[in-house]
Design a protein around this ligand. Structure first.
Ligand SMILES: NC(=O)c1ccc[n+]([C@@H]2O[C@H](COP(=O)([O-])OP(=O)(O)OC[C@H]3O[C@@H](n4cnc5c(N)ncnc54)[C@H](OP(=O)(O)O)[C@@H]3O)[C@@H](O)[C@H]2O)c1
Length: 446
């Protein structure tokens, strides 16, 4: 005898999907929507059908084997087709993607997007439109590729104040840092290797300057704290200036170096300030994030009810990203059956603002190039002492001396960015200090 839900499937019209973009991600979504159609139908009790695909060159795409009848060079065709109920935006553009998303929302089509750069910049506008029209927008693929971190924050951890999030959320930079750490490569050597292996784009700027990770951090922080965080309120530093000596000295002290997105809110009292930053970070070798290597991503979330959690997986690539998009499409299809209040982002007024950079506290690793003579350490320590900055350890690797100079490496107790800024200005101006001081933040996850 047939189950009731199977009968329902047979009588229901397929749910029409419009796919905008048939690049790396779009082609994967198209492929998996075909190959997983039966599985999804069994699991959801709903049939999903790609009705239209927006491409830039229809002839080329048809020649590649995509069904010509559903290809269009106008993304507007997706919006204008009443049978398209879910629009999947994977064009990765700015103006066109925003226009597609806003027009889709206005026509009550549910939107799925992987466009982290767009969400980071226009998240507020997009969710204002979503609220106005009562239309959900889903974006699981925008952060952490196949790792279900968005749904985890939105649903599984909804009963928690999020104390902190620490994320390795850019696979390209993590690959580069892993190779610098393990093989002693310089930054240019590791980047070249990543490009040769296809892990880095020919233009790697956003991956190595920290901004791809920053876009994801903005999305995670906005979701965790209920207001869209402006990009100019966060601190972003890339990995381009890291040197082999940073890794050597960090290792001597028991640390690895990772590009971390760090998001914190000290309390959940009304108006609490949050901090959002992306920068290279010394991570204790024993911490689980230190062993997240290569192109993998990981996000550690601490909630005040659940405690510590860790999400790990492939942060990019056609299949992991498609997996996240399929889950969004499934959720969108269900939302078409049962209207929902949470439209993908629930704004609220509990948390207030972003903490100014100068007030952010951290521990630090300092590397100086100093004259190899007595009295130098006293001068440096004197400045730090005057600014109330404490030194937790200090060492001078004599084996690395070059001519009349030698490195001086220090670990600094918790201090504010403002204190360190003043300290570095004064230390850098000392006659005995030969190069610009190098500072990397240290995280102990306490
Ligand atoms: N790649 C990943 O692993 C990954 C992971 C997470 C999130 N994402 C996000 O997913 C999105 C897509 O990334 P991707 O790697 O798939 O990029 P991609 O390979 O460059 O694909 C984008 C596709 O969109 C097409 N396109 C651009 N403008 C269009 C327009 N006006 N009309 C129709 N098609 C248009 C491009 O056509 P042409 O081929 O003619 O240029 C291209 O095929 C981006 O927002 C990205 O940030 C990607």
């Amino acid at each position: 005898m047939q189950q009731p839900h199977t009968q329902q499937i047979q009588t229901q019209q397929p749910i029409g999907i419009g796919l905008a973009g048939l690049g790396n991600v779009g082609a994967g979504v198209f492929k998996h929507l075909q190959s997983k159609r039966t599985l999804l139908r069994e699991r959801l009790g709903l049939d999903l059908e790609v009705r239209k695909v927006a491409v830039r060159d229809r002839v080329r795409r048809a020649a590649e084997g995509f069904p010509e009848a559903i290809l269009t060079e106008r993304w507007q065709d997706l919006v204008e087709d009443p049978e398209v109920r879910i629009v999947v935006e994977v064009m990765g553009r700015k103006e066109e993607s925003l226009a597609l998303i806003l027009e889709s929302i206005a026509r009550k089509k549910i939107v799925v997007t992987a466009n982290k750069a767009l969400l980071a910049e226009y998240g507020r506008e997009i969710f204002e439109a979503a609220t106005l029209h009562g239309v959900p927008v889903f974006y699981e693929a925008a952060v952490g590729g196949g790792i279900p971190i968005i749904k985890a924050l939105r649903e599984a951890l909804v009963g928690n104040h999020i104390v902190s999030i620490h994320g390795i959320i850019n696979g390209t930079s993590n690959y580069i840092l892993t190779r610098m750490q393990e093989a002693g490569l310089s930054f240019p050597q590791a980047l070249e290797e990543a490009q040769a292996l296809g892990y880095a784009e020919p233009d790697p700027a956003a991956d190595v300057n920290g901004w791809d990770a920053a876009h994801k951090a903005i999305i995670l922080a906005s979701l965790a704290y209920g207001f869209w965080i402006p990009a100019d309120k966060i601190y972003v530093e890339g990995i381009e200036s890291l040197t082999a000596s940073d890794f050597r000295f960090a290792r001597e002290l028991g640390y690895g170096i990772k590009l971390l997105g760090i998001i914190k809110a000290a309390s959940d009292t009304q108006g609490a300030a949050i901090e959002v930053r992306v920068h290279p970070t010394l991570v204790p070798e024993k911490h689980v994030l230190a062993s997240v290597n290569g192109v993998f991503n990981a996000v550690a979330v601490k909630g005040n009810v659940v405690g510590d959690t860790l999400f790990y997986g492939r942060g990019a690539g056609q299949d992991p990203t498609s997996s996240a998009i399929l889950s969004d499409i499934a959720e969108a299809a269900e939302a078409l059956q049962y209207p929902r209040r949470n439209l993908g982002f629930m704004p609220h007024g509990l948390y207030g603002s972003c903490k100014p950079l100068d007030e952010i506290l951290s521990e630090y690793f300092l590397q100086l190039c100093v004259e190899d003579r007595p009295g130098v350490i006293a001068q440096v320590a004197g400045i730090l002492g005057e600014l109330n900055v404490g030194i937790s350890s200090i060492f001078q690797p004599e084996a690395e001396a070059e001519g009349a100079t030698v490195p001086l490496v220090m670990m600094i107790h918790t201090a504010s960015h403002a204190q360190m800024r003043m300290a570095l200005d004064r230390i850098g101006a000392l006659e005995c200090v030969r190069k610009t001081p190098r500072m990397i933040r240290v995280e102990h996850f306490s």
